[in-house]
Design a protein around this ligand. Sequence first.
Ligand code: SF4
Ligand code: MG
Length: 324
Amino acid sequence: EDIILEVKNLKKYFPVRKGFLGKSTQYVKAVDDVSFYIKRGETLGLVGESGCGKSTTGRTIIRLYDPTDGEIIFNGNEIGKLNQKELRGFRKKIQMIFQDPYASLNSRMTVGDIIGESFDIHKIASGNERLERIHELLARVGLQPDHATRYPHEFSGGQRQRIGIARALAVQPEFIIADEPISALDVSIQAQVVNMLEDLQRDLNLTYLFIAHDLSMVKHISSRIGVMYLGKLVEITESDELYKNPVHPYTKALLSAIPIPDPNITKANKRIILQGDVPSPLNPPSGCRFRTRCKYAMPICSEVDPVLREISNNHSVACHLVGK
Ligand code: SF4
Ligand code: MG
């Protein structure tokens, strides 16, 4: 199979100064030994509560952050240790769409210049060709040519997200990391944007890493889904399998929280309320990080960190209840 991205044992730790005069350093282990792959043309959904490390994973893959450890293999090349200059060739291939389309658009630039900026940076097009391409991209995301001369504040949230998507498409990327691209939008607009992303994927052979905070948002767009908790990947499998046969207690709780009951999700009909809050990533529980909220926790759970292992074809889980 054609693997476009493979992440191996990825770690991203952020130092935090503590104690008298900030003399001791602790680490927030935002991403702690995470491994997965993405096949070309598919969408991998990455799901978890805020602070679970899903955004940090995306930002480390695109090298907004330098990884603390591990490998990021894109199209067969290890890009995790490349410096910014060496990364230049990959920059165009991987693009990111952000949660807040407004904050990510320069309010003093016209929409045309926001989209066309990368044509200038990468010397892709100028003059008439540049303008034609901008109009083409606006059409692709359902906007009009005359929108090019307007400013971001003149648009609705959904339209701004379309502008952000057009900007990402300008460099003809192969892989797009979408970090909660619809979370800030009205529910009525969310489906439109997801449908558009799916159309673009089919037409342009794009691969997506689609980051979301709950499982309802990723259901339709994802071919496979990974669930993260406190910096760890706790379950990953095909979408259908995850909804029909969730195994990790945390995945079950997330599934049960989907607001609209789905007749296909029989096991999750009863809402599972998790006890307590997500512990601080500065001081995560020993062993299984989910154990403080898990009603199945056993003595081994506080001692041994469960490793992610394949329990059936393409279905991996990190939990002591399974996979012995
Ligand atoms: Fe619960 Fe133990 Fe499984 Fe962690 S390893 S999810 S604490 S049963
Ligand atoms: Mg986030």
